[in-house]
Design a protein around this ligand. Structure first.
Ligand SMILES: [Ca+2]
Length: 347
């Protein structure tokens, strides 16, 4: 890769999370240009994600990267009751921000966070970040698709400014008796439907793929060996933190998107699909099932080269030395500001 590939990340960053690991991997790429990060609601409120993003970029001296606030928690008040019922009935195992407090922990009047955000150029929406670009831009959507759907609503022609959207979410197949529904689509299925039905080109990494390409004890140990520098230790600490929560055989999720974006030869097979998004109340609500089709702008990733994937992951972690950190990873992760949702992140 010789040319800079400009990209925007849309993320529901939390600690620990696959989002953090994906961001660190993407920030390590010399030949890729991060031109913006927007916060989306999902794992937690967009307002909290924005502070998380600012905290991470401030730690890594990347305060020049523009940020976008994303959809506010007000937008999801109507969804909360329905989401909590799904959780109560056991239809889903994780409801993200819906199962947290009624509103974000951070308020705009909070001096500490206001000061942090003041060191950034923060705009209101992902759309603004996209429209600032002279050339087409890739967008890595690591959370629900609310912000991209908002952009489409205001500017239905926005696909002309987008090279490709890389999205972790949706399902290959939805069982009618035991649907294991992907969280990112479930959280805002109306947004997913709008994006899937648009003319945006998509590379989709479905729920099932993440469960086929898992971590294991060997990988957790090797990540810890390679993560020697400050940023590498931050990655390793976060990776181990997730392994402690979910087991060392945890699925790899947003990390797959980051690695495939940086190293497309990781992807071995794709198929052209459209998605059926279920908006009927009940067990399958909020699912998106793939349907094979010709001439689709949506490529469903169905296979990865595991040897290249793991090699690239470890190599990139060992090269995180390029990223300076202002303080030690332990101080960063455990400082009061950033202990958000630790222990209740979904996967
Ligand atoms: Ca995510």
């Amino acid at each position: 890769m010789t040319q800079a590939r400009h990209f925007i990340i849309d993320t529901d960053l939390n600690f620990p999370s696959d989002d953090l690991q994906a961001l660190l991997l993407l920030m390590s790429a010399k030949d890729a240009g991060l031109v913006g990060v927007s916060a989306c609601a999902g794992n937690t409120f967009a307002e909290e994600c924005l502070v998380n993003i600012a905290a991470l970029l401030d730690q890594t001296s990347m305060n020049h990267v523009p940020l976008a606030r994303g959809a506010s928690f007000y937008r999801f008040h109507f969804r909360r009751k329905n989401a909590l019922r799904s959780l109560d009935q056991g239809w889903v195992r994780f409801a993200g921000s819906h199962q947290k407090a009624l509103s974000p922990r951070f308020s705009s009047g909070d001096q500490e966070y206001a000061k942090l955000l003041d060191s950034f150029d923060v705009s209101g929406s992902l759309l603004e970040l996209i429209l600032r670009q002279d050339d087409k831009v890739d967008i890595l959507c690591l959370g629900p698709l609310t912000n991209l759907a908002d952009a489409l609503r205001v500017r239905p022609d926005i696909s002309e400014k987008i090279k490709k959207v890389w999205f972790m979410g949706a399902n290959e197949v939805v069982s009618r008796t035991d649907p294991r529904i992907d969280f990112n689509v479930w959280y805002d299925p109306w947004a997913a439907k709008a994006v899937f039905e648009s003319d945006i080109e998509l590379m989709v990494f479905p729920y099932e793929l993440c469960r086929r390409y898992r971590s294991d004890e060997w990988l957790v140990a090797r990540v810890n060996e390679e993560g020697r520098t400050l940023a590498g230790r931050l990655f390793a600490e976060d990776f181990s933190g997730m392994a402690a929560q979910h087991g060392s055989d945890m699925p790899l999720c947003d990390q797959l998107v980051a690695l495939a974006f940086l190293c497309p030869e990781v992807i071995t097979t794709t198929s052209a699909v459209s998605f059926d998004v279920c908006l009927n109340e009940g067990l399958c609500f909020g699912s998106a099932e793939a349907r094979a089709t010709n001439l689709s702008r949506i490529a469903l990733v169905t296979g990865l080269d595991e040897a290249i994937l793991r090699g690239r992951l470890l190599d990139t972690v060992s090269r995180l030395t390029q990223i300076p950190l202002r303080s030690s990873p332990e101080q960063f992760v455990w400082s009061r500001l950033y202990r958000i949702g630790r222990g209740d992140a979904g996967i």
